[in-house]
Every structure is written in C-alpha cells, then in structure tokens.
Design a protein around this ligand. Structure first.
Ligand SMILES: [Zn+2]
Length: 366
C-alpha cells in the first residue's frame, strides 16, 4: 500500500482537543475573575492587581495541558510511523518482484522519530507563553473597557462584561499569528500542525521500511483527483538523498540508467503531502514498476506500455464524464480526457508510435 496523507488520518484530533479544553478552561477562569466584585467602586484597580494571580493560575493550567498534549503527540507520531512501515510492508508483500529479498525486522519507531518528536514537542511547548499572553491581554482589554463603561452603554458592569466575554468566546483566544499575519483559532492551528507532522512520520516509516528492503527510489502517484500543487510531481521518481542513477533492471538483470527527478524532501517542500493532498508515494523498482515518465525514451516496449496506461486513463475519465451529474464534475472529467489525449498525442509523436484511437474509446476491449 502506498503512503499518503490518509495514512496518519485521525491521529491529530486528540492532541488538538487538549488545546480546545485548555481554551475553555481559560475562558471560564476569565469569566470568574470578571464577575467578582463588579459593584465595588475600586473595581478597575482591584482587577488590574489581580491580573498577576490570573497569569500564575493560567500558566499552571496551560502547563498541565501542554504535558498532556506532548504525551499524546509522541503517541500519535509513534502510531503514524508504525502505520507507514505497515503500509510499506503491505506493498512489499504483494510485489512478486521482491520475493527473493531477505527482509530485516521493522525499525524501532522510538529511535526513528526521535528528532521529529523533539522538534515538534518544542514547538508545542512554545505555544504556552503566547497563549498566556493572549489570554491576559484579552482580559486586560475587557477590564479596561468595562471599567470605562464604553462598551455597550449597558447599565451594569456585569452586563458589559458578559457582552465582551461573548465576543471573546465566539472568537476564541487567538494566540497564534502566522507569517501572513493571520490569527489562528488555537485548536485549528494545533490540529493542522499535528496533522502535518504525523503525515511526515508515516511517510518516513514507509520509506524507511522500503529502504530496508533495498528499494531506494520512490514514485509519486498519478492522482485521479485534482491536486494542482503537486501536479508537476505526478509520476516522478524520487530518492531520499544522493543515490546511484545506475540501477539493475529487475526484468532483464541489466544495469541501466534511471532518471531521478528529485528528492522526497524537495517534493514535500514544493507541496507534496500538503493538507488534503490526494497523491501518494510508493516504491519504484526499475524494470518492474511501470514508468510514468513520458519524456523518457527507453525501450520501445516501455513507451508502448506507457501509451496503454494513458489510454486507460482516457477511458477512465470518459467513464467519469458519463457518471458526472454536476456541471463541475462534467467539466473536470472533460478536461482530464482532453489532457490525457494531448499527452498521448505528445507521447506517440515523441516515440514514433502509432496512435490507437479505438483504445481510447469507452467500449474498446481492454
Ligand atoms: Zn497532491
């Protein structure tokens, strides 16, 4: 089974839930502070003086949440890595070209994800101070505006405080600002960050396992669904670091040159495995894996096989066009059919192959 964003699906929710809980408790703590002594003439000064106590209590609350979140995070990364290794094992088990490989035992997840755990835990712990600051800042703003009576013109401080708290409650404590200046909802931010890193862990587990089985090249899938960010990487052959471009052809046994298009890291940095990415990565075995590189002029057989594959794609998208019930789905399917036909056109011209139009129609025998 290839590895994709889906491999680590569902592992981030628990970690994010801790922060949602922390946020609710903080908001509740703020409400308790504000509701006390609203009738006192010296309310403003008393509340301002109490901010220090609030900060200390908020710190304790967040520290406890942080410990819990980090523990869950480590577990999530561990599980993601194991899932990645398992998906690779599934890929290896079903590949007849690999039956002669002596397989080493799977790697220990704890060791493999050590640096990832350290980096992500640190990032998670780095959230605590901004959260305390954001909460304290929000509380201070509310105290000042309530004391000034400028908020709503309501008759009591308590009513004013309620109005301000309602606003804060619906917006949430926004402690994280990204480089684009956008403020994030806490839970959303943690979930996104955790999903990204668990996806990385599952990919790492997958690639580690394949590498242990002697596979050091990987191929990006041709996603049936739109995923424009990584479309340029479709069908590309990737390595993890510098590898020899000379590989043994599993079918012929000959040593041949393989075009490596980049590293997994480069592709990931360029967007592969972004949130909602529909692409996946699987092991590439030279001579056994059908190449998707249209520009690679090797044996005529392989170019022909590629043409067959592209023809299947045209038929697939024609079927999709047939079952499309929305204009968007219809338009997308049509565009895909056209794109694949154009690709066949270019491919057949490049390799001097005859174009078999009957194979591109829906009713053609397969
Ligand atoms: Zn993608």
């Amino acid at each position: 089974m290839p590895v994709s964003r889906l491999t680590a699906e569902g592992l981030a929710a628990q970690v994010a839930a801790v922060y949602a809980d922390v946020e609710v408790r903080l908001l509740s703590m703020m409400a308790r502070y504000l509701e006390q002594g609203t009738e006192s003439p010296d309310w403003l000064n008393t509340k301002m003086a109490e901010l220090q106590t609030f900060r200390r209590r908020a710190m304790r609350l967040i520290a406890a949440g942080e410990d819990e979140a980090v523990e869950l995070l480590v577990g999530a990364l561990h599980t993601a890595y194991m899932r990645g290794q398992a998906s690779a094992q599934g890929e290896l088990d079903t590949n007849p070209d690999l039956t002669d490989e002596a397989m080493p035992a799977p790697r220990f997840a704890d060791l493999a994800i050590q640096s990832m755990v350290a980096a992500q835990s640190e990032q998670m712990r780095g959230l605590s101070l901004p959260i305390v600051r954001a909460a304290e800042g929000a509380l201070r703003d509310i105290i000042v505006s309530v004391a000034a009576g400028s908020l709503t013109g309501a008759t009591t401080r308590l009513q004013d405080a309620q109005t301000a708290l309602d606003r804060l409650g619906s917006r949430g404590i926004r402690a994280v600002t990204d480089t684009a200046g956008r403020q994030w909802e806490l839970q959303t931010y943690v979930e996104m960050a955790t999903r990204t890193v668990t996806a990385q862990a599952s990919v790492q587990g997958h690639l580690d396992r394949l590498e242990d089985a002697g596979i050091n090249l990987f191929q990006v899938s041709d996603s049936p669904r739109e995923c424009e960010i990584c479309a340029p990487w479709e069908g590309k052959i990737l390595s993890r670091g510098p590898v020899s471009a000379i590989q043994r052809n599993r079918r012929t046994g000959k040593m041949e040159s393989v075009r490596v298009d980049g590293t997994v890291e480069e592709a990931t940095r360029a967007g592969l495995f972004h949130p909602n990415c529909t692409h996946n990565l699987s092991g590439y075995i030279h001579g056994a894996t059908r190449t998707s590189d249209a520009g690679n002029d090797r044996a005529g057989y392989e170019a022909q096989q590629r043409q067959r594959q592209m023809e299947r794609k045209v038929r697939e998208w024609k079927r999709r066009e047939a079952v499309a019930v929305t204009p968007a789905a219809k338009a997308r399917a049509r565009a895909k059919v056209k794109a694949w036909r154009d690709a066949i056109d270019a491919h057949t011209k490049e390799h001097g192959l005859p174009r078999k139009r009957n194979r591109e129609t829906l009713t053609a025998a397969r």
